[in-house]
Design a protein around this ligand. Structure first.
Ligand SMILES: Nc1ncnc2c1ncn2[C@@H]1O[C@H](COP(=O)(O)OP(=O)(O)O)[C@@H](O)[C@H]1O
Ligand SMILES: [Mg+2]
Length: 309
């Protein structure tokens, strides 16, 4: 890709379309991009490492492929469709929406689609103001902060929660304006529960047409939740003793059966983080810090696991 782009710049310079100064600036920019493109592509690996999410992964791969191909077409001076990358994520809490959004930012950064690839998370309290005009300012600031990356608005429908007297309309108008003013190097993701999201889009048809990409995050099944727990421990360099393994499964299963929709992967994370804290307290008490001691979580470190967000 780098060579094509460099060739285009050289041709432009030869044809007198750009000044010498611009020529060098652009060449340096290309060098930077090339460096970024040649580093190992880590983000896609991260996405694929996530447990389950089969459909999400498929849609994400399509988006990535289309974006890449359109970019190359443009560089080869072929007709290219601008890819609108604003998205809607629908799903219950703990189904991986924020995690996938963050990885997408990294993927698009590695692909040179976004210049920074960072994720700015916001919700109603961050975006809706207290007096007329305040909301527009708050929204504008967040869009600005997310320039070069992704603005992720959780429970987006709550922006117009308060009915007519609320600043909801101002919020939506400001959002639309933000999208129009920032067509490049900016992605907006609206997330939330499926039903609420669908109703929200139905009541704002103007908004709906701006989000061609909608991704549904399904609840995890029990096996996936257990695998997610194992992955979380592995990432943190912890292991479960045999007894702990059985207890962890039991606790996850019990929580899952009690309410399979509340918590999802977040419930698993809470259980794991509590176990890590309990192990730390145990180690401190016994004053034993061998590598094995540090790595292994024992049965007694695992709580029953409360569902709390
Ligand atoms: N498929 C998955 N594989 C591994 N970990 C996951 C997966 N989905 C979610 N997690 C983890 O579960 C936690 C909650 O996920 P999050 O992205 O915050 O969910 P949401 O934004 O939908 O509420 C995070 O720590 C995340 O890393
Ligand atoms: Mg989230």
């Amino acid at each position: 890709m780098y060579l094509i782009r460099k060739e285009i710049i050289i041709n432009k310079y030869r044809q007198g379309q750009i000044s010498t100064e611009d020529f060098f600036i652009k060449l340096i920019e290309e060098e930077k991009k090339e460096k970024r493109e040649s580093v190992e592509k880590k983000a896609l690996e991260k996405l694929n490492k996530l447990i389950g999410l089969k459909r999400v992964k498929k849609v994400v791969e399509e988006i990535i492929a289309v974006t890449l191909v359109q970019k190359i077409r443009k560089e080869k001076l072929l007709k290219s469709e601008p890819v609108v990358m604003h998205m809607i994520f629908k799903g219950n809490p703990g189904t991986g929406k924020t995690t996938v959004a963050r990885i997408l930012g990294e993927v698009f950064y590695e692909m040179n689609v976004l210049s920074q690839g960072h994720l700015v998370e916001a919700e109603r309290a961050d975006l809706v103001g207290e007096y007329i005009g305040h909301t527009a300012i708050k929204m504008r600031n967040h869009v600005k902060k997310a320039q070069g990356g992704i603005l992720f608005i959780d429970e987006a429908y709550s922006l117009c929660r308060g009915g007519k007297k609320d600043f909801g309309k101002e919020a939506i108008d400001a959002l639309v304006k933000g999208m129009e003013d920032n067509r490049e190097d900016f992605i907006l993701i609206l997330a939330g529960y499926k039903e609420e999201m669908d109703a929200f889009l139905r009541s704002n048809p103007g908004l709906k047409s701006r989000f061609p990409i909608q991704i549904e995050f399904e609840d995890y099944n029990l096996d996936e939740l257990i695998s997610i727990g194992e992955l979380m421990l592995k990432d943190r360099e912890y292991k479960l003793s045999l007894g702990a393994k059985k207890k962890m499964k039991d606790v996850i299963e019990k929580n899952y059966k009690r309410d399979r929709y509340i918590g999802n992967a977040r419930m698993v994370r809470n259980i794991i983080e509590a176990s890590i804290r309990n192990q730390a307290v145990r180690l401190k008490k016994t004053n034993k810090y061998g590598v094995e001691d540090l790595i292994y979580i024992r049965k007694e470190d695992i709580n029953k696991g409360e569902i709390n967000g």
